[in-house]
Design a binder for this molecule. Structure first.
Ligand code: PRP
Ligand code: URA
Length: 209
């Protein structure tokens, strides 16, 4: 059974407050998304395996721990997921990066896939799927299904803002996936936007409003 973590941390609360503010410009918005993603990555990697190795410090021989187990991959859901990648890469620079391109059909709100490029050995990796917004949950669920079709078995999903309905859908369809949420919001409006939310994450990251 996957874990669900709703981040409860003053730094994340402060930074999410900044990105919710409609007056926040593209540069600061992008910086905050990356920093929140880094903090979420720190939390979600708490259970990675380590192994003991012997090394020499300048003073003596000692035993240290280093990461062991599966290699890692980061998979942003385009476009907005791209904004979270740098934050994760800061902490896990050796992770390979895959991309899944999806947009929501504005009428049906169903995700439409337009791109998929994954590392060749993706099924051997622990995968961090990232997308700032979990609204209906359609995009995240489809992206994760696609990764499972490629053989992935160890998947985490990191988002910044979630709607209750999207979180429930993700937990139901992919109960094995660990989920990290920056803030759980109130509801979706009639056109599928998260309220209070932050608007269109892709547009705010890339300045395409
Ligand atoms: C946004 C967001 C998610 C999706 C969430 O992408 O980044 O991928 O909507 O909605 P859902 O949970 O209802 O599927 P969007 O379709 O706006 O595409 P973009 O990132 O290219 O702007
Ligand atoms: N996608 C966004 O970018 N924002 C929302 O509120 C919902 C979906």
């Amino acid at each position: 059974m996957g874990n669900v973590i709703i981040m409860d941390h003053p730094l994340i609360k402060h930074k999410i407050g900044i990105i919710r503010d409609a007056r926040t410009g593209t540069k600061e918005f992008r910086e905050m998304i990356s920093e929140i993603a880094m903090l979420e990555c720190y939390e979600s990697t708490r259970n990675l395996k380590t192994e003991e190795v012997e090394i020499e410090t300048p003073l003596t021989a000692t035993t240290v721990e280093r990461l062991a187990g599966k290699k890692l991959a980061i998979v942003p859901i385009l476009r907005a997921g791209l904004g979270m990648v740098s934050g994760l890469q800061t902490l896990i620079p050796s992770a390979k990066i895959g991309h899944i391109g999806m947009y929501r059909d504005p009428e049906t709100l169903k995700p439409v896939e337009y791109y998929c490029k994954l590392p060749a050995d993706i099924e051997e990796r622990e995968v961090f799927v990232v997308d700032p917004m979990l609204a209906t949950g359609g995009s995240a669920c489809d992206a994760i299904s696609q990764l499972k079709d490629h053989g992935c078995r160890h998947i985490r999903f990191l988002c910044i803002i979630a709607a209750p309905v999207g979180l429930e859908k993700l937990k139901t369809e992919h109960p094995d996936v660990d989920i990290v949420v920056g803030a759980l919001d109130d509801h979706l409006n009639e056109i599928g936007y998260i309220v209070p939310g932050l608007g269109d994450a892709g547009d705010r990251i890339f300045g395409t409003m």
